[in-house]
Design a protein around this ligand. Structure first.
Ligand code: AMP
Ligand code: MG
Length: 418
């Protein structure tokens, strides 16, 4: 179904903007080799096959006694003839009528096919009395039951998390081949901006968007390049964009994307490169721009700090994932009830900063009273973004609304009012 904004030239619905953005980008390519131990957050470039069995030998899953299950009938007695610790390298065979003391992770002796838990036996000297029947394979981890040599340990295109670091370590893999990280140039524009540490003159503010962007980028397998602050000067900005585009695989700018007299992004891009689209029917974040400069994609973000974060989460993140060669992620949203009525004007999809709370076991959300897109404090105070569809005119108390957690929002839910 076409919405009002789809038919307005220049202003796209968020869904359409996302589709065009993802569709106009392709993976940057390139592979490098890294030590497995340093591969956290990187993306595998190939399937990785294991050269060892998981586990590499059959071993005990419990502290107890290795036995032949055929011998292990209730009331039977077995002679304990040996003892095997984890790490043992030579292990005697188990003959009928015998048991061997064994500890978790120790190699199973030949002849044994089960381990009886030490809590399930009575020991009299070196004689073991069993009380319950035992199945073949009980409390044993068999060689290769998890993975066999030559099977796939990790698929190509996977992000390495701590658990995958462990898999690589278990397989004894020293180096792996990973995708090259896109180089992401970040620059802020504005005559009013002063870098932290500088002194604030009249009309100036400390610049904060690069700090936010660099923080957001730290969670992705990209290499961030800080191109600093650029004044609202057409020529200077053109030069800075040119440099950034030459150096990086993608450029992210903040500010100057709107329609003010000092907003040069759309104009410069039209003149020196290409504007794919400009303006998205969202609030905040409407002036978002996607362009290309000499083949390098450029995301032009609005300068207001809340708009910047919202457009990053909604558009830049899936764009960067596409450049990395990952499936672009959809923000995870789930339904909660609005505690009170929420009013909204139709026309733009709205992201409201909200506070979650639990009442009688059910989650409710309330928008913060102040929703100004300049208020970074609201991003810090909020648990989530309430996502109200483009055509919505608001909801009544108790209605279901969609919410999206802010980065790190899981912690708020644990520690906050919820
Ligand atoms: P602009 O998108 O350039 O029109 O800027 C919109 C608002 O965001 C203005 O109030 C700017 O002062 C503010 N702003 C722009 N860039 C930054 C930045 N990098 N850090 C903090 N505030 C900014
Ligand atoms: Mg500006």
């Amino acid at each position: 179904m076409q919405s009002i904004c789809d038919s307005l030239p220049g202003v796209l619905s968020l869904a359409e903007a996302r589709r065009r953005l993802v569709g106009s980008l392709s993976p940057i390519g390139g592979v490098e080799s890294v030590l497995s131990g340093g591969a956290l957050g990187r993306v595998t470039a190939d399937d990785i096959l294991t050269t060892v069995d998981f586990p590499p030998f059959s071993n005990a899953a419990m502290d107890g006694y290795a036995v032949r299950s055929v011998d292990a009938l209730p009331g039977a007695t077995l002679q304990v003839v040996d003892r095997i610790m984890a790490g043992a390298s030579s292990v005697s065979d188990l003959e009928p009528g015998q048991a061997i003391r064994i500890f978790t992770g120790a190699p199973l002796p030949a002849g044994a096919d089960a381990v009886v838990m030490q809590e399930a036996v009575v020991l009299e000297g070196e004689t073991l009395r069993l009380s319950a029947p035992l199945l073949s394979g009980e409390n044993v981890r068999f060689r290769g039951e998890e993975l066999r040599v030559g099977e796939r340990l990790l698929a190509s295109g996977r992000i390495i998390r701590p658990q995958e670091l462990g898999l690589l370590a278990q397989a004894g893999v020293k180096t792996i081949s990973v995708r090259r990280r896109p180089r992401v140039a970040v620059l802020s524009t504005g005559d009013e901006l002063v870098a932290s540490g500088g002194s604030l003159g009249p009309g100036k503010i400390y610049e904060s968007n690069r700090a936010v962007l660099l923080g957001l980028l730290a969670d992705l397998p990209v290499e961030a390049l800080d191109f600093g602050i650029v004044r609202d000067d057409r020529a200077l900005l053109g030069e800075a964009l040119h440099l950034a585009a030459a150096e990086a695989d993608v450029v992210i700018t903040s500010g100057g994307a709107s329609v003010g007299d000092a907003d040069f992004m759309a104009e410069l891009l039209t003149e020196k490169g290409r504007v794919e689209f400009w303006r998205v029917a969202i609030k905040p974040g409407k002036p978002f721009l996607l362009g290309h400069l000499g083949g390098t994609p450029l995301f032009g973000l609005p300068g207001n700090p809340v708009s910047l974060m919202v457009t990053f989460m909604a558009l830049v993140k899936p764009g960067l994932e596409t450049l990395i060669g990952l499936v672009p992620s959809e923000p995870l949203r789930w339904p909660v009830r609005a505690l009170g009525a929420i009013r909204k004007a139709p026309g733009r999809l709205e992201f409201m900063r909200g506070i979650l709370e639990r009442r009688q076991g059910e989650l409710f959300v309330t928008p913060l009273a102040e929703q100004g897109s300049h208020r970074l404090t609201s991003m810090s105070a909020a648990h989530c973004l309430i996502v109200l569809p483009q055509d919505s005119t608001g909801v009544a108390a108790g209605d279901w609304v969609s919410v999206e957690l802010l980065p790190g929002g899981e912690r708020d839910i644990l520690e906050g009012a919820v």
